[in-house]
Design a protein around this ligand. Structure first.
Ligand code: AMP
Ligand code: GLY
Length: 426
């Protein structure tokens, strides 16, 4: 079967790398892809947000399965659009409908969904322009720190955590009255701060059945010791050492099952990945957020730990047969270290020539912000390349990731030297 993956990050490169290993995959395409995906697939220069172009490409290249990597086209309804095309009736699509994508597209929708189906989450209320005063009053009821979330998609920037009540009030006003995050913050969810340890769980679901994939932990802050600005993710590890059988069972019973039951009860058309961001507080899981796609850079450690055939799992999922699939994981530890452009997540320069590829060994490179021009690999984004390694344990895997992080060179290169630092006793 021919496959098209939409997106251009490390996540999409990792999915491409994994799916390419299936004997059932014929031609693999990425749109738009990056310099790394060019090595395993054919890059097509179309934008995932241009649905007409995507439909034309699917027909032109006789695509049998479409995998949607990022959230934006899902929230904008690409799945519903393609399902309405009469000549694409046989297309298998991995990605939820617009209704399902609301779990990520609207924080308030997600909170109401969790409340209805008994999924544990932080206490919250939501506010608009005309209820700003009530928002101030709710903040006064809460203890610091204060968590403010723009309801809509804000390119990963819509969450503010503030220590001072006065600052929280000012930011609430900025979000509601001054559109700090544009339309996304015309509705703001204020929620209780959860003090615990974060981890991510990934589920493949057809909206009724589900399979839990390897769990992961990502490192979102730019600075060592989890300091500085939030980024898209500076590194990740899988498995998560503290996620023992007892905790994983609790997560399945208290979070995964009721979430899938909710999709079914609401008759939401959902075939794809559900990424559940969790805070573990005193051994109990609470949902921080749902994402309707895989995580990045978590995918770069999740995919290498899946031993079974991802294509077969996805095919079964899109045919509603997931209950017959057995997902097999490797016991190895996987780590990934993200090399980023100097300055990221604030302003940074692109088009820096990358070198050192021929020195690299014993790791898997997943390209993110890279492009190929005149035979040269150039940086093309903030997060440039993820260096994944597998090992018997974290120490072993991290040593390989870091050895190779030193070998890839480009001007302004930066990476965190302490990925997994908090888990090292394991
Ligand atoms: P999000 O953009 O929803 O992933 O949120 C960004 C980060 O904010 C999360 O990864 C958490 O570290 C933090 N966060 C979000 N909600 C809460 C909460 N209720 N309590 C504590 N931390 C939170
Ligand atoms: N690494 C977090 C995310 O993909 O949203």
């Amino acid at each position: 079967m021919n496959i098209l993956i939409l997106g251009s990050g490390g996540r999409e490169h990792a999915i491409a790398w994994k799916i390419k290993q299936s004997n059932s995959v014929n031609k693999l395409f990425l749109a738009p892809g990056n310099a790394g995906t060019k090595e395993v697939a054919e890059n097509l220069s179309i934008s995932p947000s241009n649905f007409d172009d995507v439909a034309k490409t699917i027909k032109a290249h006789k695509i049998g399965m479409l995998i949607v990597g990022p959230e934006a086209p899902l929230v904008d309804g690409i799945v519903d659009f393609l399902k309405q095309q009469k000549d694409l009736k046989d297309l298998l699509i991995i990605g939820p409908s617009e209704a399902g994508a609301m779990l990520e597209g609207s924080k308030e929708f997600a909170k109401k969904f969790m409340a209805e189906f008994g999924v544990p989450t932080a206490r919250y209320q939501s506010f608009q322009k005309d209820t700003l005063e009530q928002g101030y009053a709710f903040l006064e009821e809460l203890k610091p720190p204060y968590v403010l979330k723009a309801d809509g998609l804000a390119a990963g920037k819509g969450v503010l955590i503030l220590n001072e009540l006065q600052d929280a009030k000012v930011e609430l006003k900025n979000m509601l009255l001054d559109q700090k995050f544009g339309e996304a913050s015309s509705n703001v969810v204020i929620e209780e701060f959860l003090d615990g340890i974060e981890m991510s769980v990934f589920v493949l679901t057809d909206g009724k059945n589900y399979r839990i994939l390897p769990e992961a932990k990502d490192y979102k802050r730019v600075g060592e010791g989890d300091t500085g600005l939030n980024t898209g993710g500076m590194g990740a590890v899988s498995p998560v050492p503290f996620a023992d059988k007892t905790l994983m069972n609790k997560i399945e019973e208290k979070v995964v099952k009721p979430s899938i039951r909710g999709l079914e009860a609401r008759q939401i058309d959902y075939c794809g990945f559900l990424f559940i961001g969790l805070m573990i507080v005193n051994g109990e899981p609470y949902v921080i957020e749902y994402n309707v796609r895989m995580g990045d850079p978590e995918t770069e450690v999740v995919m290498p730990r899946i031993k079974s055939d991802l294509f077969e799992h996805l095919k079964a999922c899109s045919e509603g047969n997931l209950e017959n699939e057995k997902v097999v994981f490797s016991d190895e530890a996987a780590t990934t270290v993200m090399l980023v452009s100097g300055g990221y997540p604030e302003a940074y320069e692109k088009n820096k020539e990358m070198s050192g590829f021929e020195q690299v060994g014993d790791c898997i490179l997943f390209h993110a912000g890279t492009k190929k021009e005149n035979g040269k690999v150039l940086t093309n984004g903030g997060r440039v390349i993820a260096i994944t390694a597998l090992g018997e344990n974290f120490k072993d895997a991290l040593a390989k990731s870091y050895r190779n992080a030193d070998r890839i060179l480009f001007e302004g290169k930066y990476f965190r030297k302490d990925i997994g630092f908090d888990l090292m006793s394991n």
